[in-house]
Design a protein around this ligand. Structure first.
Ligand code: 4PL
Length: 241
């Protein structure tokens, strides 16, 4: 039986590349998205991958979304927590609402989705969970404190959860991309940072979503069963962790 994967934020950017990589491994993929229905429709038509709308920051919506995916495709074997947002600004400019939005999606979303799939994975004694972190945790990138804090939380959550669920046949790992030419980055002021960031990388070129997906795909594979609690940095050698 083909495995089933849920990729949050799976219709755009790094998530889109991950959805396609998992599909190409023979996995049945459900690509979650929160906002852009037009883009999700275009993605599904182009890739043959089903897309599902819910907000990962909403605990009940995650429960409902996973129920719907599992009714359509079968029990979830793989979860990629990729959905993420940022609200940038200095600490003086950042307000509490922006902080909460970023923490609720980037970190709360990982918790909500892990809760939604855990009972099923545990009952079947098999699961692969990959959380997308960021190399900003090592770089301490300024003017995005909420984002960096949330991604540091993702790293901690990954290690704690891995310890809890290893005996249930579930691995939990994180992948930390560097600055990547995703839809989100290209639509933001971070698109101006490529030249500077490239000058810090061992490999001096722009990171693309397709550079990130293969590492995620490996950690989602059955063969990766002895790797858990880890964070793999995939950033062209920008940071060395
Ligand atoms: C190096 O994850 O990893 C900017 C924006 N610069 O979101 C990121 C770097 C950004 C990053 C990121």
């Amino acid at each position: 039986m083909a495995r089933v994967a849920i990729v949050t934020g799976g219709t755009r950017g790094i998530g889109e590349a991950i959805s396609i990589a998992l599909r190409d491994m023979g996995i049945k993929v459900a690509a979650n998205y929160a906002g852009n229905e037009e883009r999700a429709r275009e993605f599904s038509e182009r890739t043959g991958i089903a897309s599902y709308k819910w907000d990962v920051a909403d605990f009940e919506a995650c429960q409902e979304g996973v129920r719907k995916v599992e009714a359509d495709l079968g029990p979830a074997d793989v979860l990629v927590n990729n959905a993420g947002i940022t609200r940038d600004g200095t600490i003086r400019k950042m307000d509490r609402r922006q902080w909460d939005e970023v923490i609720d999606v980037n970190l709360g979303g990982c918790f909500n989705m892990a809760k939604a799939v855990f009972d099923g994975m545990s009952a079947r004694k098999y699961g692969r969970i990959v959380n997308i972190a960021s190399n900003t945790v090592m770089a301490g990138t300024p003017n995005m404190a909420a984002y960096v804090a949330a991604k540091g939380g993702v790293w901690g959550f990954t290690r704690a959860l891995a310890s809890e669920v290893g005996a249930s046949g579930i691995t939990v790992n994180a992948v930390a991309p560097g600055l990547t030419a995703s839809d989100g980055v290209l639509a933001s002021p971070h698109a101006e940072a490529f030249d500077f960031v490239q000058s810090l990388q061992a490999i001096p070129r722009r990171g693309e979503p397709a550079d990130i997906a293969p590492t995620v795909a490996f950690l989602c594979s059955e063969e990766a069963g002895w790797v858990t609690g880890q964070m793999v940095v995939v950033d062209g050698g920008h940071t060395r962790h």
